[in-house]
Design a protein around this ligand. Structure first.
Ligand SMILES: Nc1nc2c(ncn2[C@@H]2O[C@H](COP(=O)(O)OP(=O)(O)O)[C@@H](O)[C@H]2O)c(=O)[nH]1
Ligand SMILES: [Mg+2]
Length: 321
């Protein structure tokens, strides 16, 4: 399997799309693969987390943005993270993204992935996935979560920049948003500008950033858009290209690289622990539902958890030898 992975990786570096798709599938089944890849990442791609409430138009905007980027000869990867719905067991993908996917545009790669964590935000393989897409040589990698998206999710943590999509009529407007994501935003889009109240949101956001920004230049641009009509998309593409160019010119500071590597590691460890505990807990609960014997099982639960952690530790040691 390692040999298969290595040969796929070689082909990915030569921009072989089929190999890329296969490598992602292999990685989905084998989270341990590509362990060190994220450390080696050249990071020429700009990784953009797209955050915002469900229904804000993130998928629609991404479809329009991808088209705009390809007109500028840029290559784009879109990863859509869908929570595993207990009812359907399946995944949902925005219509516009689905359209792109089926159009087989040579410059756009779209993949929908199942998110197995409570934030609806990814998989333990996320850092490796990004490294893989980076190795292929994409200019932009967009990450969309269909989770609540208003908090600092793991997607935001691994991204280079955060594109926040908001809409008119957010109740008490920006007060309803968790502060974290507003502060992390590098570009803010007020989408559905065809609806009443768009200017109110723009005004509230401007006031907010005037208050918190250290200098006017450090406040994110606030752009209006009507994603469904493709309006305002050029400006968003230009803002992203400018961010990318500025980062490329400045070089990536060593400290930032270290921070990214540490965060990638944190995301992976968090997910692994979460999965391990959840799976074991589900097994115990299924075994004992309704009998009340679970109280007595607690000690056994911890013993078994320790054993599984031991197995995980061994597999990781074997992998890095
Ligand atoms: N009126 C209006 N509707 C839009 C706009 N952008 C997207 N929509 C619609 O909003 C709905 C949700 O869009 P979607 O992209 O799936 O949102 P997501 O959940 O944030 O990905 C869809 O029915 C879109 O057609 C816009 O600018 N104006
Ligand atoms: Mg969506």
């Amino acid at each position: 399997m390692i040999a298969q992975w290595d040969s796929l990786l070689e082909r990915v570096r030569l921009r072989d799309r089929l190999a890329l798709a296969r490598a992602i599938s292999l990685l989905e089944r084998n989270p341990e693969l590509g362990h060190d890849l994220d450390i080696e990442r050249s990071r020429q791609a700009l990784v953009v987390a797209v955050a915002g409430p469900p229904g804000a138009g993130k998928s629609t905007l991404l479809g329009a943005l991808a088209s705009e980027m390809t007109r500028r000869d840029a290559t784009v990867a879109i990863l859509a993270f869908d929570p595993i719905s207990p009812r359907s067991g399946g995944a949902i993908l925005g219509d516009r993204i689905r359209m792109l996917e089926s159009a087989h545009h040579p410059q756009v790669f779209v993949r929908s992935l199942a998110a197995r964590d409570p934030y609806g935000a990814g998989t333990p393989q996320l850092p490796t996935l990004l490294a893989l897409l980076d190795a292929y040589g994409f200019d932009f990698i967009f990450l969309e979560s269909v989770g609540a998206g208003q908090e600092a999710s793991p997607l935001v943590q691994v991204a280079d920049v955060v594109l926040l999509v908001l809409v008119p009529g957010l109740g008490d407007s920006i007060q309803t948003l968790k502060a974290g994501v507003l502060e992390l935003a590098d570009i803010v889009v007020v989408n559905k500008a065809d609806r009443p109240g768009a200017e109110d949101v723009v005004r509230d956001l401007s006031a907010y950033y005037r208050l918190i920004a250290e200098s006017p230049e450090s406040a994110p641009p606030i752009l209006r858009a009507i994603a469904s009509a493709g309006e305002g998309v050029t400006e968003i593409a230009e803002a992203l290209i400018e961010l990318r160019d500025r980062r490329a010119a400045a070089g990536i500071p060593e400290q930032h690289r270290e921070e990214q590597a540490a965060r990638s590691w944190e995301v992976r460890v968090r997910h692994r622990c979460h999965l391990l505990i959840t799976e074991l807990l589900n097994e115990f609960l299924a075994e004992d539902r309704g009998t009340g014997r679970w109280r007595a099982l607690e000690a056994r639960f911890y013993r078994e958890l320790a054993q599984r952690l031991q197995v995980l530790a061994e597999s990781i040691r074997a992998d890095s030898d």
